[in-house]
Design a protein around this ligand. Structure first.
Ligand SMILES: [Zn+2]
Length: 399
């Protein structure tokens, strides 16, 4: 789309869209199988205070920090202290709130003009701040470090970022040639975030296996990089699903009683690492296409978190695929952790809002990964699945 083209980040010629490379077919008529991951993922209590030590294994000199205002207040000093004690010089700038072309350029320019050239950009905050940090690093041709402060999505481990306009409207996806050098998941920091974020993260993570399975089963299925998925990614996605079913409700109890235990540890790993590896190298399908389609309705886009919309997408996908046993298991799980079961819980009755439902369907069908479903998804069958998922969710009574 023209508007999207205008807002893409200008790139050096060697920064190509990876799907033009990995999407190419080989002698057997299929693209290569591709598995990518961050270089290091570190999770634990208080790992934030060891950031400098972890980075000093591979880097030295200067590093840049892009941090949200709230996190600067309560974590900024700890981060600087850890980095300077490990011998790093630190240049810090505060994230301006939206992952736009202008913000990425501003941050990149700030880091470019630092006294000594910086070796990595460290993003500290929510998804948009990490996206901007990754794109600033891409502009500078250096590494990224992601320090998520909520476990609400699986984006921190990925090598791509989303660009928005100044109103927060999606513009484009930007691929980095390399994955993050380090993803640091400090369990104490993540457990201090509001409960809703952890629950939304479970919604995002719970779709991973169902979507990766589509991509694997459909010979035409492709990951976002145009490649075929790997068995490794599918196994990780399966493990992600198992952990959620086993530990989701217990993790919430631990969070509420402020007793961080094994369940919360495992859910943080599932939400960030297992889901991140599973979706990036396993591929997406109907659930995320529906979630993206739902953002066309302003009230849904503004009021609900990504993982909450993905939960709606999961039910639509399983019903579209006529996997009713799994739909039963899924709805039981979603109820147990407080994810939305149907669109009515988001204040949207699809039976009453036909024209908007058509719009949601149209946008979902425009998303390329809907074609990873192992059969043709049409306007008719997707709309019917969304209506049926709504009725199914409304009728659900826990036994
Ligand atoms: Zn997602």
């Amino acid at each position: 789309m023209a508007a999207h083209e205008v807002n893409r980040m200008p790139k050096e010629p060697h920064f190509m869209d990876p799907s033009t490379i990995f999407g190419q077919t080989l002698h057997n008529g299929q693209p290569a199988h591709l598995f990518i991951s961050p270089h290091q993922y570190v999770q634990g209590h208080g790992v934030l205070d060891r950031l400098g030590e972890y980075l000093a294994i591979s880097l030295s000199g200067s590093v840049g920090v892009l941090i949200t205002p709230g996190r600067k207040k309560n974590l900024g000093e700890r981060i600087s202290k850890s980095l300077t004690s490990a011998g790093f010089r630190v240049s810090e700038t505060v994230f301006q709130g939206e992952s736009t072309v202008e913000e990425v350029r501003r941050a990149a320019e700030f880091f470019r003009t630092c006294e000594t050239p910086i070796q990595a950009v460290i993003g500290v905050g929510g998804g948009k701040c990490l996206d901007a940090a990754r794109m600033a690093a891409l502009q500078l041709g250096i590494s990224t470090v992601c320090i998520p402060t909520t476990a609400s999505t699986d984006a921190p481990t990925a090598a791509h970022s989303v660009l928005y306009d100044e109103h927060g409207v999606f513009q484009s996806v930007e691929f980095s040639p390399v994955s993050p050098l380090l993803v640091l998941a400090d369990v104490d920091v993540l457990a201090a975030a509001p409960e809703r974020y952890l629950v939304a993260g479970m919604g995002d993570a719970f779709s991973t296996y169902f979507e990766a399975r589509c991509c694997m089963e459909n010979p035409q299925g492709r990951t976002a990089r145009g490649a075929r998925p790997t068995r490794a990614a599918l196994a990780i996605a399966r493990q992600c699903n198992d952990v959620l079913l086993e530990c989701g409700a217990a993790a919430l109890e631990e969070l509420r009683s402020k007793q961080i235990g094994p369940a919360l540890h495992q859910i943080i790993e599932a939400n960030i690492l297992l889901s991140g590896l599973g979706f990036e190298s396993g591929g997406l399908a109907g659930a995320h296409a529906v979630a993206q389609g739902l953002t066309v309705i302003n009230e849904l886009h503004e009021k609900f978190l990504h993982g909450e919309l993905v939960a709606i997408g999961i039910m639509a996908q399983l019903i579209l695929e006529q996997r009713m046993d799994e739909a039963d298991t899924a709805i039981r799980f979603m109820k147990s952790v407080g994810l939305p079961l149907h669109l009515g819980q988001l204040g949207f009755d699809p039976h009453q809002r036909d024209a908007e439902l058509d719009l949601i369907v149209k946008h979902a069908l425009d998303v390329f990964f809907i074609r990873n479903e192992p059969f043709e998804v049409t306007k008719e069958n997707l709309k019917a699945a969304l209506l049926k998922a709504y009725d199914f969710g409304r009728r659900y009574r826990p036994v």
